[in-house]
Design a protein around this ligand. Structure first.
Ligand SMILES: [Zn+2]
Ligand SMILES: [Zn+2]
Ligand SMILES: [Zn+2]
Length: 239
């Protein structure tokens, strides 16, 4: 956090150094990013991503969208527009906040974006199956994404039972857990643990962590079996 001198912000443990929340989902021949955070450019450089087939979006908040302009690097390399998959709420925000990319007369070099509206139905990106799952972020609908037996949910604090049915049977879930104190639109640590248990998923990683949660090492050591804090650079291999 800018300007903060707390023990987490001044920690020398790499696992306490967090960029904004995003994941890269890869199969043998397809690469997808979930959300383009304000740190998207550095995240792509750090992970050495050479090819990106699509971006899927969870919701239109700035910390999940602001880095979109930098997909233009992939436009240059791949010589094609970047396919974006978003619900209509996020699509409106993309058109509004990146209006210059949709102008009739575009300045040379602006990002080339190809919008695909998604709702609740499953679809494929390359050989990766994608099942959207709608969750609640206070009063905003947010999309979680199921890729095979892997589930990614960020920025939620409630999941309806009908949507939970789409999540059950996963081997791994990444779920947001902001801090220990109650928050209006994010799961607390205890709420996230309870959701993982309710969903019956054996392996869970918590993401979208605030500095207010505490030191990675301390908090991680106190978590129940099968649950860990995620950290930047974490890789999860699925069968
Ligand atoms: Zn801090
Ligand atoms: Zn949000
Ligand atoms: Zn967020």
């Amino acid at each position: 956090m800018i300007g903060c001198g707390c023990e987490v912000c001044s920690s020398s443990n790499k696992k306490d150094k967090r960029l904004r929340s995003s994941i890269l989902v890869q199969s043998a021949d397809t690469s997808i990013v979930v959300d383009t955070t304000p740190d998207f450019r550095y995240q792509m450089l750090r992970a050495g991503v050479k090819k990106l087939d699509a971006v899927v979006f969870t919701h239109p908040h700035k910390d999940h969208l602001a880095g979109l302009d930098d997909v233009r690097a992939f436009n240059f390399i791949q010589q094609k527009a970047m396919p974006l998959y978003a619900n209509s709420l996020t699509e409106e925000a993309i058109k509004r906040e990146f209006a210059y990319a949709f102008a009739d007369k575009k300045y040379p070099g602006v990002p080339e974006l190809q919008l695909n509206t998604i709702s609740d139905g499953p679809f494929y990106i390359g050989d990766i199956p994608v099942q959207p799952v709608e969750v609640w972020h206070h009063k905003m609908p947010v999309l979680g994404f199921r890729f095979g037996k892997f589930m990614y949910i960020t920025d939620a604090n409630r999941i309806e039972d009908t949507e939970k049915e789409k999540i059950r049977g996963c081997d791994v879930i990444v779920l947001n857990a902001l801090r220990k104190e109650k928050h209006i639109s994010h799961y607390t640590l205890d709420e996230a643990i309870a959701e993982v248990r309710d969903l019956g998923i054996p392996r869970a990683y918590f993401t979208h962590i605030s500095h207010q949660l505490g030191l990675h090492q301390t908090v991680d050591a106190g978590l129940p079996e099968g649950i860990s804090l995620a950290y930047d650079g974490l890789e999860v291999l699925m069968n």
